[in-house]
Design a protein around this ligand. Structure first.
Ligand code: GTP
Length: 171
């Protein structure tokens, strides 16, 4: 198949924040309550049409579990963008973001685009992190994209990838 641009996007973040679920929603439009933990690394492809340009999005899913870190790190280098994902109902996953940024700084490409993604925004009553806090952190770290998504309710998932594609096209 033909395309005008190929962008490699990697999802990183603590285990169980919903990285695989976000990617599944983006690829197939489906959601599973019983999504299994990722082992190592996996990827999907979806082509977006952005202002008449065919943008092939190759999306890499990584295991959040520490024991896979050596494998997952070896994929950071080739990513054009990293979606650093946390779970808005678990503060600890938000507090890990600075470490994930450091990982990307250490192992990623010099000009990699970073985004902060707060997933599970359908669980408003269990929220432990305000969107405002994510925006403040993003500003501090000079990260231009901060969004909340729900893989379950299909909120903002496609938009997140579209925003990233736009940013990469503009860079
Ligand atoms: P690892 O592969 O271990 O790193 O996990 P992960 O970050 O890929 O998380 P995964 O997609 O496996 O989802 C973990 C759990 O959260 C699963 O039970 C999902 O069904 C659930 N989940 C994922 N996204 C959402 C969401 O947007 N809302 C709600 N309510 N649950 C979600």
């Amino acid at each position: 198949d033909s395309f005008d641009f190929l962008f490699k996007i990697i999802l990183i973040g603590d285990t169980d924040v919903g990285k695989t679920s976000v990617i599944q929603r983006f690829k197939t439009g489906s959601f599973s309550e019983k999504q299994q933990s990722t082992i190592g690394v996996d990827f999907i492809v979806r082509t977006l049409n952005i202002q008449g340009r065919k943008v092939k999005m190759q999306v890499w899913d990584t295991a959040g579990q520490e024991r896979f870190r050596t494998i997952t790190q070896s994929y950071y280098r080739s990513a054009h963008a990293a979606m650093i994902t946390y779970d808005i109902t678990r503060k600890s996953t938000f507090d890990s973001i600075p470490q994930w940024i450091q990982e990307m700084e250490r192992y990623g490409a010099a000009n990699v685009l970073l985004a902060i993604i707060g997933n599970k925004c359908d669980l408003e009553s269990e929220r432990e992190v305000k969107f405002n806090e994510a925006c403040t952190l993003a500003q501090q770290k000079e990260i231009v994209v901060a969004l909340e998504t729900s893989a379950k309710e299909a909120q903002n998932v496609d938009q997140a990838f579209v925003v990233i594609a736009h940013e990469l096209l503009a860079s």
